[in-house]
Design a protein. Sequence first.
Length: 179
Amino acid sequence: MVSLRCKMLVKEELKKLGLHYVIVDLGMVEILEDISPNKFIELKKDLAISGLELLDDKKSILIEKIKNVIIEMVHYTDEIPKVNYSDYISEKLHQDYTYLSNVFSEVKGITIQQFIIQHKIERVKELLLYDEMNLTEISYILNYSSVAHLSSQFKKHTGLSPTFFKQLKQKRNQNLENI
């Protein structure tokens, strides 16, 4: 759950089942009462219909927490923390980073670092399309060491330079205007 809409949906499903929650937060729900096996199955089924998954094993829950910390860090903060990502994630989840990294890699098949890079590239695309910042500003807020580093990572993952990617948007807009 990374959006307000997801949280609202979960709250609604809990309410339908007569369950009282204390917290509905990013990837976590705390319920006041014990949940019967039947209600648990019903909740799981109702959430699946809405495209959400109820996780009940510890590794899956931990993976979702790691993903949520990264997504929040990359997409929902004005500036990525200047500390090492490993320290940041470890501090947020109160767990040893080596353990988190091993579990994440084992379950997802990619490293935490690769997951962060994927999300940073998606954020760069988003910021380029908004056209409110130049590459220098984008590289700064996403904590790249330089514009060259951002550009090479972007090209490695998309096959396009950031400038060419931005030009594609402009060409698409021009084509739409000519219709």
